[in-house]
Design a protein around this ligand. Structure first.
Ligand code: GTP
Ligand code: MG
Length: 341
């Protein structure tokens, strides 16, 4: 069975679960149904732009020629798959078209989906799991430039872990922006999480005190909010170093995750941010937010190809439960469902 057929089977199976009535589903399937609905809705814009353009392109041409490839290139770049990735992809596609002498556009579409998926699964496999600790708190540090969705993601993560019965604590180490501390405190109240924060102090000092409290209270998950200003790189690096030192001093081997939050609507700019942060600290995962607000859903592929940090969560809306674990199969479903069913 070819890769495309495998993907198609996955999509068909998922479609079955999604179409079933909730009463017919077991607990695991219920969670999957909800996840699929979030992906489907969250990737609507990308699907409508990218996939429907792709289909139209197949109808427009009668021959696979240079101008077909040029238009295809534009569509892929618009979806923010990334210029380098697009070039590599096109090279591979052209090679296959030539070697397999492809003239049929339906088959060509299959090959395109195939090759896009190969970009994601090729190379070393990246774990999208969170490094949860059996005993003692799991410390998750959130970083990213301002406005990308760090604080909202913390609230969403808190809600997620609360649902799993975990004791969650938030630490407000964004002592820079006015109003950041009470903003997080409000989320702590809404999600019934523990909270530690103090304004106008040194972020590392807040983290020091907050982590002591987390230990006393025996929190399972500690989410640390940080300031989003990307001042000069050296200062940011020093500050992150200091935070990491303090965290590791109180809880050995922590932080267990440093998640970089990227706003998907900023496209290639987000890729640049990932590269910068990667140079100054050990990023263990990416949270890609606001995928619902953009047709640039292809950025997931660019991150894999150009940055090689696993996307661990995606934000697909502003509501508390619009955060999902990143799952490549559900992503493929959200993107290509119309094309394959
Ligand atoms: N549509 C959509 N909006 C989101 C998502 N995630 C966050 N937002 C919105 O993005 C805006 C900024 O979110 P914040 O969480 O305050 O961002 P931040 O990174 O903490 O910002 P600073 O603290 O200023 O650095 C808010 O209006 C959020 O509701 C998402 O997945 N989808
Ligand atoms: Mg914030």
């Amino acid at each position: 069975m070819g890769l495309f057929d495998k993907l198609k089977n996955i999509i068909i199976k998922k479609e079955e679960i999604k179409e079933k009535d909730v009463t017919e589903l077991n607990e695991v399937e219920k969670i999957e149904k909800k996840e699929l609905e979030t992906y489907e809705k969250g990737l609507e814009k990308t699907r409508e732009e990218f996939v429907s353009k792709l289909s139209l392109l197949g109808h427009k041409y009668t021959k696979v020629n240079d101008s077909y490839f040029e238009e295809l290139e534009d569509i892929l770049i618009m979806a923010d798959i990334g210029v380098n990735t697009v070039f590599k992809f096109l090279e591979q596609l052209k090679k296959r078209v030539k070697e397999e002498n492809i003239t049929d556009f339906n088959y060509l579409q299959e090959v395109i989906v195939d090759e896009l998926f190969i970009i994601y699964v090729s190379g070393e496999s990246l774990s999208d799991k969170i490094n949860l600790q059996e005993d003692g708190p799991t410390v998750i540090l959130m970083v990213g430039v301002n406005g990308v969705g760090k604080t909202t993601t913390i609230a969403k993560l808190a809600a997620k872990y609360k649902k799993q019965g975990k004791k969650v604590m938030m630490i407000a180490a964004d002592t820079f922006r006015a109003g950041a501390v009470p903003q997080l405190e409000e989320w702590a109240e809404k999600t019934e999480s523990l909270f530690y924060g103090s304004e106008n102090t040194d972020p590392s000092g807040v983290i020091f005190d907050g982590l002591q409290k987390a230990k006393e209270e025996q929190a399972d998950i500690v989410l640390i909010d940080t300031a989003g200003r990307l001042q000069n790189k050296v200062n940011l690096m020093k500050e992150l170093e200091k935070m990491n030192k303090v965290i590791g001093c109180i809880i050995p081997n922590a932080p267990h995750e440093t998640l970089l939050v990227i706003d998907a609507t900023t496209g290639q700019n987000g890729i640049m941010q990932a590269k910068s942060f990667q140079e100054i600290t050990n990023i263990t995962g990416i949270v890609l937010t606001k995928l619902d607000g953009t047709a640039k859903g292809g950025i997931v592929l660019a991150i894999k190809e150009e940055v090689n940090i696993p996307v661990k969560f995606i934000g697909l809306g502003e509501k508390m439960d619009d955060l999902e674990n990143f799952d490549i199969e559900s992503y493929i479903y959200g993107l290509f469902k119309d094309m394959m069913t």
